[in-house]
Design a protein. Structure first.
Ligand SMILES: [Zn+2]
Length: 165
């Protein structure tokens, strides 16, 4: 009799422990958030922050995802100034900037480049001749100098907001 009681007691304890573990697991499953990587090279930060603030200003929603915008030495072997490696991957923003070319760009050209690459990467926006900032290549220095970047940013934001890609 004593033996039986002990066994039942042990069984109850086991059930209780299993129950606790189970509850723990379900709680954890609810709390688990994906881990996002965030890295933005220091010199690129003001430009990236401007882009994100502009999205907020235009009330443009975007998916939470890992976010990497960095100077990259591999891209120096290519003719590219910037590259949206995370384009068409909606779990990753990964923009590489050519550090050598960056040094030669004016602040206006830098804004153009960051708006171009981040629009590719976050919204899968394709190249188009209709939107100055989404043309496939950066304009000449003279054209860049004459460009009204505020107007072009506004056009790009309207374009993204209207769902064009
Ligand atoms: Zn491009």
């Amino acid at each position: 009799m004593v033996f039986v009681l002990k066994t039942i007691h042990k069984m109850k304890l086991k059930l209780l422990i299993i129950g606790l573990l189970f509850i723990n697991c379900t709680n954890k499953a609810q709390e688990i958030e994906p881990t996002y990587t965030y890295e933005v090279s220091r010199a690129l930060q003001p430009y990236v922050f401007e882009y994100m603030a502009t999205l907020d200003k235009y009330e443009i929603q975007y998916k939470k995802q890992s976010f990497i915008v960095v100077f990259d030495s591999d891209i120096m072997r290519t003719p590219l100034v910037g590259q949206a490696k995370g384009m068409f991957n909606d779990d990753l923003v990964y923009v590489k900037i050519n550090p050598r070319d960056w040094g030669y760009l004016t602040p206006k050209q830098r804004r153009h480049l960051i708006f171009h690459e981040l629009s590719h990467d976050i919204f899968n926006t394709l190249h188009t001749e209709d939107i100055e900032l989404m043309k496939p290549s950066l304009p000449s220095d003279a054209k860049a100098f004459a460009m009204d970047i505020e107007k072009e940013i506004d056009e790009l934001m309207q374009y993204i907001k209207n769902g064009n890609k």
